[in-house]
Design a protein around this ligand. Sequence first.
Ligand SMILES: Nc1ncnc2c1ncn2[C@@H]1O[C@H](COP(=O)(O)OP(=O)(O)OP(=O)(O)O)[C@@H](O)[C@H]1O
Ligand SMILES: [Mg+2]
Length: 395
Amino acid sequence: MIKYFNIIQALSRSALITPNEAIIHQIERLKESLEKDGYSKEAKSLEGLLSSSKGSLEMSPSKIQQSFVMAGGEKLTVKTAIPVDKETSTPLAEIFFPENLPLEMPLFDENIQIAIQSIVNEWMEFDKLLEINAIPASSCLIYGVPGSGKTHLAKWIAKQIGMPVVLARLEGLMSSYLGTTSRNIGSLFAFANKYKCILLLDEFDAIAKLRNDPQEVGEVKRVVNTLLQSLDSRHERGFTIGVTNHESLLDPAIWRRFDIQIEIPKPSAEVMVHLLKKFITPLEFEDSEIKFLAWCLEGSSGADAEMLSKWLKRTFVLEKESSIISVMKQFALLNSGRVNLVKRNIMLHNDEDFIAMLLNDKTYAFKQKDIASLFRITPSSLSKQLAKFKDSEKI
Ligand SMILES: Nc1ncnc2c1ncn2[C@@H]1O[C@H](COP(=O)(O)OP(=O)(O)OP(=O)(O)O)[C@@H](O)[C@H]1O
Ligand SMILES: [Mg+2]
C-alpha cells in the first residue's frame, strides 16, 4: 500500500461528489500512473470511484452543465497568469474582478431595461432552471451604435452574476500572421474555459473585418472557423458576451452562435434627459435647461452626453456666470460630430432662427418663458422678437 493513499482516495472521492471533466481526467491520469508503476490494487480502487461517478454523471446530465457553467472552472485571482501572444508577448486578455465592474445598469428605455434584467435574472438563477431542465441562454451578442453603453452593459451583467470578466484584447489577439491569430483565439478560449468567468469579446467585428482582404481568403476562413469552434467549445463551459458596432460585418454563422442578441439603440429624448442629469451631477440645472441640452444632442449617444457634461462642468466651475446658450454654442463649434448637424447649423447661424426652431419643436414642447430664460431675455422681449420674426415671414 502506498503511503498516504488513503488520503488520495478520500480526496478523489470528495472531488467526485461534484464531478467535472477536468477532475475525472486528472483521476484517470493518476490511476494510469499507479497501474504503470505496479500499484494495481490502488488503481482498481480509483477505477471503482471513477465508474460510479461516471454513472451518476450519465444519470443527471443537467448536473454536468451546472458544474461547468456555474460552479465549474478554477478560480481566477490577481496572480493567475494571463495567456500572451507567443511572438510579441502582448496579453490576450485583461481581467476585471467584480469589485471593479460597474454597479449601475446603463440607462436605456424601459422595455430594453426589462428585457436585459430578465436575462440577468435567468443567469442568476441558472442552477434552479437547470434542475427543471430549462437550460438558459449562455451567450449573448450586444450590438448597436458607438458610445451607446454596450461595453458598460456587458460589464454590468458580469457584475450582477458576480463573476470576473476575461476581456479579450484584440490588439493582442490579432496578429499580422493569420496562423498566429488562430492560435491566439484557441489559447484565449482555452483560458476562459479553464476558469470560472465571463468571456467578453468586445469589438468583436475586428475579426470579421479581416474577411474583406481578398489576398487572405483561405487563411481568414481558418480564423473564422477557429472562432466558430471556439464558440462551440465555450457553450457548456460558461457565459460569453460578444459586443460589436458593426453587426453587419459578422459572419452569419458567428451570429447564430449567440443565443440572445440585444440591439442597443440611440437614446430617446427621455433617456437623454436622464443621462444628462446623471452625468452632470453635482452641478444643478433647471429641468428646462436639461431639456434644452437633450434637444441639442438629439440623435447623439450616451458617450456624447457624458462628454458634454464634462464640458459643462469645466466651464461652469471656471466661469460661473456663463450662459448655457453660449456654452452650448462653443461646444457645437468644437464638437461638430457630437451635435445634431441641422440644429448645429441653425444654432451657430443666428438667434432668431435658433429661437424659432426651439419654439416649433413638437417633441420637446418648450415654453416661451423657458426659452426667454435660456436666452437671458425677458418674456416680453422674446414676444417682441417673435412678432418681428412673424412679420418678416409675412413679407
Ligand atoms: N445608456 C447609457 N447609460 C449610461 N452610461 C452610458 C450610456 N451610454 C453611454 N454611456 C457612457 O458612455 C461611455 C461609453 O460607453 P461604452 O464604452 O459602454 O459604449 P460602447 O457602446 O461600448 O461604445 P463603443 O461602441 O465606442 O465601444 C461610458 O462612460 C458609459 O458609461
Ligand atoms: Mg465598447
